[in-house]
Design a protein around this ligand. Structure first.
Ligand SMILES: [Zn+2]
Length: 435
């Protein structure tokens, strides 16, 4: 126990959903996080912990919030270079910007360079776990896993499987794709903190044989994850209908091939029927809300309240590169605006929960990440809640009027914060970023 450290600050985390009980919100102004050998020992009042662990090394982050690192549950690392490309909707955007950018990942040096930049950008923004799409090239996933492994990071990724409706240079075949994925699973799944995610891009770019290959792989490795896109854009929904005329709706394409499971992440899930919502909830699949992307591509408004009422699990994603920011703060602020347009003023607690413990639970990873309960990996961030002048004026006003509290603190981060708010990022107790 000689590597014990005490991080002083304002500890904040959830023990369960804040929508169930306010008692699931833990916040203490003068508190500390005790970490040993990369794991959380406990979190609590600083005076008590300082006395209990007199030999621990003290790291002073007083005046900042210590919270679990963010989980970005949907983004494309191979689109790191193409955020903010002007104009158009999903299907044109893919053809004009995405596919040419992804083509470059045939080159392993490029995979290495962008993997590195991608991880740095995640850490700079306080994201400690990502569920990421690689490109169709197996080396793109291989190298991202390798880089994440170096940091002892919880990385979920997979090589894209797609065999139609895309340029030939980005298509695999169901056979080759399956062989490549099986090799990647054997090499990386559960190695360190890496987890493999079977990645059929979306129904449009997958033939029935490709989806069957995904189904076979998941049947053989049931603790892998599955990620895809669902009902992002109306043109896409119509296109799926023409490609799969026997399927009554978009979701049923994935159901038919056994791909709707409690380990399936469905990015966007905007244009859904009540029946689709019920079936997603019943399967305990995970919808990933990506508000900056949905606004940027004009895709539509994700219906959080309806999803909650149906019992669906929603988590948060940036969807880089259609998403416009790596920042989860920014993403939560955008989600708030989308939900406002739906007439649902989502609380700051709900927003932060869905990017931390709520996401960890949906992924069956809450024993590893998402909170400061004892034994969790020490993946945490140090957050400066006054990193801009606008925040400082707001803070001083709320202090003066005795209205400063954790809810105001979090909501201010959602509306104002970006990477400047992240003072430091720790993965398994190691500092990987310091502002
Ligand atoms: Zn996406």
């Amino acid at each position: 126990m000689n590597e014990m450290k005490l991080y002083l600050g304002e500890v904040f985390y959830f023990t369960d959903s804040p929508l169930l009980s306010a008692e699931n919100i833990v916040y203490e102004p003068d508190s500390a996080l005790c970490v040993c050998d990369g794991l959380v020992v406990e979190a609590g009042t600083s005076a008590i912990l300082l006395q209990k662990y007199p030999k621990a090394e003290v790291v002073d982050y007083q005046g900042s919030v210590l919270m679990p690192g963010f989980i970005d549950a949907h983004l494309h690392y191979v689109q790191t270079e193409i955020t903010g490309m002007y104009g158009r909707q999903l299907l044109d955007w893919l053809n004009q910007y995405t596919f040419p950018a992804e083509r470059a990942f045939a080159d392993t040096d490029h995979c290495r360079e962008i993997s590195h930049a991608f991880l740095k950008e995640l850490f700079r923004n306080g994201t400690t776990t990502a569920v990421a799409f690689s490109s169709v090239h197996p080396q793109s996933a291989d190298i991202l896993f390798e880089e994440a492994f170096r940091y002892n990071m919880c990385m979920l990724t997979g090589k894209v499987q797609m065999d139609q409706e895309a340029p030939e240079y980005l298509c695999d075949t169901p056979e080759q794709g399956e062989a490549d994925v099986r090799a990647l699973i054997q090499k990386w799944h559960r190695k360190g903190r890496n987890k493999y995610v079977i990645t059929p891009r979306f129904a449009v770019s997958c033939s029935p044989a490709e989806l069957e290959a995904c189904q076979r792989i998941h049947a053989d490795y049931p603790d892998t994850y599955i990620q895809t896109h669902l009902s992002e854009n109306k043109g896409e929904v119509d296109f799926v209908r023409t490609l799969y005329p026997d399927s009554p709706d978009y979701l049923s394409v994935y159901e038919k091939y056994g791909l709707l499971t409690d380990r399936t992440l469905l990015a966007h899930a905007i244009h859904l029927s009540d029946s689709e919502r019920k079936r997603i909830a019943k399967a305990q699949a995970i919808a990933v809300h990506c508000p900056t992307s949905n606004g940027f591509l004009g895709s539509g408004l994700y219906e959080m309240e309806k999803a909650n009422e149906a019992g669906m699990q929603t988590v948060m994603g940036t969807d880089i590169g259609a998403g416009t920011s790596f920042s989860i703060f920014h993403t939560l602020g955008a989600a708030y605006q989308v939900q406002q347009l739906n007439g649902y003023p989502m609380s700051a607690f709900e927003a932060f929960y869905k990017a931390t413990l709520g996401s960890a639970k949906a992924l069956h990873l809450d024993q590893e990440i998402g909170s400061f309960l004892p034994g969790r990996m020490a993946d945490f961030i140090v957050v400066d809640y006054n990193s801009t002048f606008a925040q400082l004026y707001r803070y001083e006003y709320l202090k003066r009027t005795q209205a400063w509290n954790i809810e105001n603190l979090l909501f201010g981060l959602m509306t104002h914060a970006d990477d400047r708010a992240v003072r430091a990022t720790y993965i398994a107790g190691q500092c990987v970023h310091e502002r």
